[in-house]
Design a binder for this molecule. Structure first.
Ligand code: NAD
Length: 261
């Protein structure tokens, strides 16, 4: 891909964690950035990154559980930049509970935000990518898109689902220069991990330290958390490297060896 001609990237959930690291990486490369996220200071975060790297940007606090807000964000992005060359479906939430106590409302929210949103977002941008015969779609899945863990029924289902969606888009996009790939991180210490510690403590009857060692890092062959930059670099490989045009439909594990078991 020539970044001189292909220059606009939309990243859902990009005002925190992994999405923000991906945003900073593309900003550093001079891309136009479309930010999204529900952090209360999201607009300032987006403006701060844009100013730091001197790039054009838009910010939408669109709720990814709402197809109408997704559609509006896509339309306004296309209106402003003409096309979106790279789409990163990254926004995600987690909820940890044994099945018998798992609230229906949490199941629905996880499927809506982690899976259905990627369908709506991709569908909205697909015609513009097809028309220009170029597109790069990255879905941030998880090691939990390849293997399960107890107490995460909705999350695991959503992440297995998004890998299926990724492979289908790869098959449909091939003839139009559109690639679709999933990235499957192991544990990255962002708010989504921090926030599940209390529920993991309850579900496993463990202390905070035990959860970190015996639930999170136990899974990693390399006994450390994965950095947000490591995930951003893997996205770069799938969108900008010489391998990118012919790498499609894969689920790339960046998981410290978790799924090697
Ligand atoms: P995070 O909590 O730091 O970021 C999540 C982002 O999604 C935030 O910006 C949040 O505002 C946004 N978001 C959540 N619900 C939203 C909604 N309804 N509408 C719009 N935005 C919404 O977490 P993260 O670790 O950066 O997670 C990013 C992605 O990486 C998620 O899909 C997550 O499942 C995946 N992932 C994370 C890990 C990890 O260990 N952190 C591992 C594997 C996969």
């Amino acid at each position: 891909m020539s970044s001189a001609t292909k220059r606009t990237v939309l990243i859902t959930g990009s005002t925190s964690g992994i999405g923000m690291a991906i945003a900073r990486m593309y900003a550093h490369k001079g891309y136009n950035l479309i930010f999204n996220g529900l952090e209360p200071n999201g607009a300032e975060i987006a403006a701060g990154i844009a100013a730091e790297f001197g790039i054009d940007h838009l910010f939408f606090p669109a709720n990814m559980a709402d197809p109408a807000q997704i559609s509006e964000m896509a339309a306004k992005s296309l209106e402003r930049f003409g096309t979106v060359d790279i789409l990163i479906n990254n926004a995600g939430i987690q909820y940890v509970s044994p099945l018998q106590d798992f609230p229906e409302v949490k199941w629905d929210a996880i499927i809506d935000i982690n899976l259905n949103a990627a369908f709506h977002m991709t569908k909205a941008l697909w015609p513009a990518m097809k028309a220009q015969r170029f597109g790069r779609i990255i879905n941030i899945a998880s090691a939990h898109g390849l293997i399960a863990s107890p107490f995460k029924s909705a999350y695991v289902s959503s992440k297995f689902g998004i890998i299926g969606f990724t492979k289908t888009m790869a098959l449909e996009g091939g003839e139009f220069g559109i690639t679709a790939n999933a990235v499957c991180p192991g544990y990255v210490f962002t708010p989504i991990v921090e926030n599940q510690i209390p529920d993991q403590m309850k579900a496993h009857n463990m202390t905070r330290e035990e959860v970190i060692e015996k639930v999170f890092l136990k899974e990693h062959a390399v006994k450390e958390f994965i950095s947000v930059e490591a995930i951003a670099e893997s996205v770069l490989f799938l969108t900008e490297s010489a391998a990118a045009p012919v790498t499609t439909g894969i689920a790339l594990s960046v998981d410290a060896g978790w799924t090697a078991h």
